[in-house]
Design a binder for this molecule. Structure first.
Ligand code: SAH
Length: 216
């Protein structure tokens, strides 16, 4: 996986390659798909969600410029694999998931891998980020949004990096925002396809009625 899918396609960060070589994917993939744990595709996980293609995880992780001790916010825990990759590099991760069952399962997996001390998983609407925390060195959104969720850029520290798939429901562009002294620089990093970010800063029309009632 690392040589053929990641390095051969241009993932150059040795920290990312080493972490993805070391961290097993089997715990994050459903029992009936174990044979595909390292295959070159996104795979379904419970609740109609997916674990991203290994290449996409490598690319997003590399764009964050992860280093040991950096504070990273992940929006969309899913299986927990992306959070575990970041923790294997030594980042301190807060990951927010809207589906309780996924958050709980991810938290158990991450603890079993001995990474629980570096990863905090919370249930909630991550499209609002994590207001009230000190700013993050990196934010990775692993679900598709129609625009950069407006609350997120302000939650980046100086020099902080935000990576997110932005665009239509069926097709997005991977965006990198870098916070500098004069504002944010935005880079387009290639096409991608993610499940939708559902929440106030995402695709709002998929929100349950009671949430809509609160914001209208
Ligand atoms: N990073 C994951 C893949 C995530 S799939 C992995 O490594 O496996 C996208 C996830 O985002 C889904 O689990 C979905 O439930 C979650 N999600 C969608 N909208 C969200 C929101 N507003 N807040 C938090 N999580 C959200």
């Amino acid at each position: 996986m690392v040589e053929q899918q990641l390095r051969a396609r241009g993932i150059a960060s040795e920290a990312v390659l080493a972490a993805m070589a070391r961290l097993p994917r089997e715990p994050f993939v459903p029992a009936e798909l174990q044979a595909s744990a390292y295959s070159d595709e996104a795979l379904p996980i419970p609740a109609g969600q997916s674990i991203s293609q290994p290449y996409m995880v490598g690319r997003m992780t590399e764009l964050l410029d992860p280093r040991p001790g950096k504070r990273i916010l992940e929006v969309g825990t899913g299986s927990g694999y992306q959070a575990a990759v970041l923790a294997t590099i030594g980042c301190r991760v807060t990951s927010i998931e809207r589906k309780t069952a996924l958050a709980e399962a991810a938290s158990v997996r991450i603890a079993a891998l001995g990474l629980g001390g570096l990863v905090r998983i919370e249930v909630g609407d991550g499209s609002l980020g994590r207001p009230g925390e000190p700013p993050f060195d990196g934010i990775v959104v692993t679900a598709a949004a129609p625009r950069v969720p407006p609350a997120l850029p302000d939650q980046l520290a100086d020099g902080g990096r935000l990576v997110a798939p932005i665009g239509r429901r069926d097709h997005q562009e991977l965006i990198l925002l870098v916070r500098g002294p004069q504002g944010w620089a935005r880079y387009d990093c290639g096409p991608c396809v993610f499940v939708p970010l559902v929440g106030e800063g995402g695709f709002r029309e998929e929100m349950p009625r009671r949430w809509l009632g609160r914001v209208l």
